[in-house]
Design a protein around this ligand. Sequence first.
Ligand code: 5AD
Ligand code: FES
Length: 346
Amino acid sequence: MIELIDRLSDNEILTKEELIRLIDNRSAETAEYLFERARRARHKFYDNKVYIRGLIELTNYCKNDCFYCGIRKSNTAADRYRLDKEQILECCRTGYSLGFRTFVLQGGEDGYYNDTVLIDIISSIRALYPDCAITLSLGERSYDSYLAYFRAGADRYLLRHETANPEHYKRLHPPSLSLKNRKRCLYNLKEIGYQVGTGFMVGSPYQTGEHLAEDLLFIRELQPQMVGIGPYIPHKDTPFAHHKAGTLELTLFMVGLLRLILPNALIPATTALGTIDPKGRELGILAGANVVMPNLSPVSVRNKYSLYDNKICTGDEAAECRVCLEKRINSIGYRIVVDRGDFIEK
Ligand code: 5AD
Ligand code: FES
């Protein structure tokens, strides 16, 4: 195992079989060795800096019906909301004063936010905050829409591939969604010039070590600038309510592997990681992550953007989260920086 980790940290390309072997035979000792290597790789590019992204959850309406997700359209128990432009700009105002220089507009696939509405929102943020990055996380759209948002001022786009195995993809999604279209979107975004983020859930129902190896191979092929991964966590009003959550241990191991495969990537310690363990985000950073994405959404809608159960920070004002995060990150010898935090080329 140690030999495989050494080869990964020397930028060698491992085969699928070798990756499966690493994942399936991991132990506490190999994990510690991996994290140490991952931290070394991350320090080379990013030192002990942690970048913060202000997450604004625009809408929990969604036309999709992913089996794992709490805001799927068939969930009639979800209390739906949308933020209008003024509310979004207010979130940016608060965020800017707290030191955020990236705003992430995330939401379900909601037809209300058509190109006209979105271009207006993006160009307003761009005009008011020329020194900030605008990241979109709004699902699958056409090439022309992605291009229009880019021209309006968006810099980055997050779209997790969820799983790189087509059969596994079918078990997590209804027939209207395909891995092929997901990948088409990701390649379109890259071609347009966005900094692109992808990612997957760890421990999602029916996932195997082989699937995780395929996720790593796909990521190596795509070469995204950002990769977000977090444990799968059940939501009580979904078809997967009774599937068990992914583990902290496996998620951290995957963060470490990702860091070695993409040494200069932006990798968040996700809210889902912080939800399955009180120290999840700190441990994520110690396993190689270098980004955190606290919530800037108005507290009145926080608990409605519920993709999974027991999400943390839903009752806390943005300013409280900011202070809390600073303490957490300082406690492990890292520091938050006020900066756009762009991808650093090798
Ligand atoms: N558990 C963990 N992550 C989830 N996501 C959606 N539902 C869940 C869940 N139940 C993740 C997906 C999506 C991102 C916004 O949230 O990976 O891309
Ligand atoms: Fe939100 Fe700690 S980060 S309360």
